[in-house]
Each structure stands twice: as structure tokens, then as C-alpha cells.
Design a protein around this ligand. Structure first.
Ligand code: CTP
Length: 412
């Protein structure tokens, strides 16, 4: 059984001054569709773009705009409102608002609520690309992120001012997806998980490559299950034809070297790494710039070792809990155990592969091994198997955290 990743129930939605304020209307609608109660608080500038009446109609609650509204304060005072929220979401968040938030100001209702709340604060910035890249904005963001404020986006693309670049507010659907599972009590709630999946392709020439039979289905199912369990998931995927699981951040790559770079770019704040990709062990020594012609009866290819992504993550000084997969054709347990030790993993999931087994199938079975333990997960659909797998990984992760947190016994 997994805990469902429901959206937080009581969302205080702050809307600040910017043209993207119109997108907040769609956001309110979508959040309510997820079952959330939404209390809108607008800054004075926001009311210049969209009227409070629009949000009142969509949220089904009177919109709050000022600190000095006696009738509203009598109904629910601002401190009460700050306590009411399970989550504060500011979307769009203007450069000015981020500056005020970073400065701890309490100079309007929304800023005051942010200072007064104990609920997590999420911001979806929206501004011109130059304002977004301005050093003051960057410094304010660094302060906010350092304080635990969560950042949603921004997107890049064409902007209302006619320019193109980074600074567009994330689409409402993407914001809602990102918030799914927040506040969930799932086994991986709030953890950052990086998962690699699918095959890699190592080019020989512009039209040919070396690859393998991995479909990516198991890795994608693990990504979906980790998301369901409340994790923030980054999925680094080789070329596959699978849809991205809801709420998962996906980075597409092709070669082992690209996968290595993408995994390491995301690993900094990862709590767990799950290497489910079938990474090439060898890559052509060089990729011909033109198509290789059949000039002789025999063609020899020179291959070099590809970087071992899993072992490189396990070797990091500040390493995440590291989980590998072992696809074996014989002596599954023996080979998998050897990999667990050789790559210094926290856990390995082994399965038998070969004709008719594991690759591109809807079901699978796994043998999970870790230092001092083992568990067999019987044959079932990859979606159900992934949920069981994630539950065991979460259990082992918590166990590892507990043993790290154990106080060192005093010397006698
Ligand atoms: N792996 C990796 N980078 C590689 C090769 C493998 O990160 N270049 C990871 C896979 O994602 C998987 C695990 O290592 O989690 C096991 O991969 P496998 O290819 O079975 O193991 P190898 O170390 O390559 O051992 P062998 O070739 O001897 O089976």
C-alpha cells in the first residue's frame, strides 16, 4: 500500500503584481479540482492586473487584500490566517515581492502572513528575464532558498514584454503537479530522489549506434512510485518511448557520458540515487563524422570503457543513499552481491534477464540485497513491483539515517 499523494488541503495563494497574475485564475481552479481549499491574498499591485472579484468567484472565498480591512480581520485575523494555511504558495511572485520576502518585511498583508506562518512557503517567480538574472534578485533567491523557501520554475520562453528568456511563470498545471505529494506522509515524503532509466545510445557514425534492449519501463515505474511516495523526483532518461510520470522532472539524454553529466548535475541535493538505467559499459573510441562504408569483409570496432555512473555516485564524499540494479543471465545472487560490494552500494535490485525475461515486459520480479539482508519480491506488474521496491528502499534509507544519527558511545 502506498499513501496517496494528495495536494495540501489548505493553500494560502498569494498573488503579486505582474501580468502572469491572470494565470493564477487557472491555478485556483486546478487546485480546487485537487480538493484543496484556496484562500487568495492579493497585493495592491496584483489588483491592478486582475480584480479580486475574479478570484473570489473561483475560490469561493472573499479575497484578502489589506492589513487594515476591519471586517475581514474580524472574521479571520491575519495571524489566524497564517496559522490556517498548510502551505503558502506565491504565484506569480514578482521581483519586488521576493526582495520583500528576503528582507523579512511585513509591509502588506501577504508579506506579513509569510513572516507569521509556520507553513512551508513555495514561490513561482514571474518577471522579465533581465530582472530574473539581476544580481539583487539572485541574491534574494539564494537567501530564500537557504531559508527553506521552495522554488517553482520559472520557465523560459516568450515574455509579455516581447523578449525571450527565463522568467515566465510556470504553467498552472506544472505548479499543481509539483505540489502533489507535498505534505504527504508517504514513505519518501519531501526527499529528493534522482533516478536514471532506459538504455543509452553510443554513436558509431551519424546513422548507427550501439544500444541494448532496455525499455525503461522499470525505471519509469520506480519514478512514478517514488513520486507517489511523496519524493521530488528527477528522472534522467535514455531514449525510450514512454510518457513522463506525473509530477516528475525529466531530463532526456542519449549517451552514457551525457547521462553521467545529467546525473551529477542533479545529485548535489539528492537524498537517494537509484540507478535503473542500462548504461553502456563500452562506447566507441571515436564516432565517425560520415557514415561508415562497407569497404572490407571484416570491420573491427575499438571500444573504450564508459564511465560507471553508479560507482561514481557511490564514491562521492557527500553521497546519497545509493541503489543499483543488476541484470544477470546466470548466478543472479552471486553476481549481484559482488556488484553491491564492488560499487559500495547501499542496496542492489537483481533480476534475471535474457530471452523472454525482464526486457520490454509488463511484469518482473526482483531480488533485493543489502549489507546483511535480502528480500525477494515475487513476479508482478512493474507498477506494483516498483511500489514494493520503493517501500523497501525507504525502509532501508530510514534505517541508514537512524544508524548515522546514533550517538557515539562515550569512551570508558
Ligand atoms: N551502471 C552505471 N554505469 C555504467 C554501467 C552500469 O551506472 N557504465 C549501473 C547500472 O545502472 C546498474 C548497475 O550499474 O544500476 C549494474 O550494471 P551492470 O551493467 O549490470 O553491471 P556492471 O558493473 O557493468 O558489471 P558486468 O558488466 O560485469 O555485469
Amino acid at each position: 500500500m502506498t499513501t496517496s499523494a494528495a495536494a495540501p488541503r489548505r493553500i494560502l495563494l498569494g498573488i503579486t503584481g505582474g501580468i502572469a497574475a491572470y494565470k493564477a485564475a487557472e491555478l485556483v481552479r486546478r487546485l480546487r479540482e485537487q480538493g484543496a481549499q484556496v484562500q487568495v491574498v492579493m497585493t495592491e499591485a496584483a489588483t491592478r492586473f486582475v480584480t479580486p472579484l475574479t478570484f473570489q468567484a473561483l475560490s469561493g472565498r472573499p479575497v484578502r487584500t489589506g492589513l487594515w480591512d476591519e471586517a475581514a480581520e474580524a472574521a479571520m485575523g491575519h495571524i489566524e490566517l497564517a496559522r490556517w494555511a498548510d502551505l503558502v504558495l506565491v504565484a506569480p511572485a514578482s521581483a519586488d515581492f521576493l526582495a520583500r520576502l528576503a528582507g523579512g518585511r511585513a509591509d502588506d498583508l501577504l508579506a506579513t502572513l509569510c513572516v507569521a506562518t509556520e507553513a512551508p512557503i513555495w514561490v513561482a517567480p514571474a518577471m522579465n528575464r533581465l530582472m530574473w538574472s539581476n544580481v539583487a534578485t539572485r541574491a534574494n533567491l539564494a537567501t530564500l532558498v537557504g531559508r527553506g523557501v521552495r522554488l517553482l520554475g520559472p520557465d523560459s520562453g516568450s515574455q509579455a514584454c516581447g523578449e525571450t528568456g527565463e522568467g515566465r511563470m510556470l504553467e498552472p498545471a506544472a505548479i499543481v503537479e509539483a505540489l502533489r505529494g507535498v505534505g504527504s506522509t508517504g514513505a519518501l515524503a519531501g526527499l529528493n530522489v534522482v533516478i536514471s532509466a532506459g538504455p543509452t545510445r553510443e554513436p558509431l557514425d551519424p546513422v548507427r549506434f550501439i544500444s541494448n534492449r532496455s525499455s525503461g519501463k522499470m525505471g519509469f515505474a520506480v519514478a512514478a512510485a517514488a513520486r507517489e511516495a511523496g519524493a521530488h523526483v528527477t528522472l534522467v532518461s535514455g531514449p525510450v518511448s514512454l510518457p513522463t510520470p506525473a509530477g516528475v522532472r525529466r531530463v532526456d539524454v542519449e549517451t552514457a557520458a551525457q547521462m553521467y553529466a545529467a546525473v551529477h548535475a542533479s545529485i548535489g541535493d539528492a537524498d537517494l540515487y537509484i540507478g535503473a538505467a542500462a548504461v553502456a559499459d563500452y562506447t566507441p573510441a571515436c564516432c565517425e563524422s560520415q557514415k561508415i562504408k562497407k569497404t572490407s569483409d571484416c570491420l573491427e570496432l575499438s571500444l573504450h570503457r564508459a564511465p560507471d555512473i553508479l560507482a561514481s555516485v557511490a564514491a562521492l564524499e557527500r553521497r546519497p543513499f545509493t541503489v543499483g540494479f543488476a541484470a544477470e543471465t546466470t548466478e543472479v545472487e552471486k553476481h549481484a552481491l559482488a556488484k553491491l560490494v564492488r560499487k559500495r552500494l547501499d542496496l542492489i535490485a537483481a533480476n534475471e534477464v535474457g530471452t523472454d525475461r525482464a526486457f520490454d515486459r509488463e511484469d518482473n520480479a526482483l531480488l533485493l540485497l543489502w549489507p546483511g539482508g535480502r528480500r525477494e519480491l515475487a513476479l508482478k506488474s512493474k507498477a506494483d513491483l516498483a511500489r514494493e521496491f520503493v517501500a523497501v528502499v525507504a525502509e532501508r534509507y530510514r534505517d541508514a539515517q537512524r544508524s548515522v544519527a546514533q550517538p557515539v558511545p562515550a569512551a570508558v
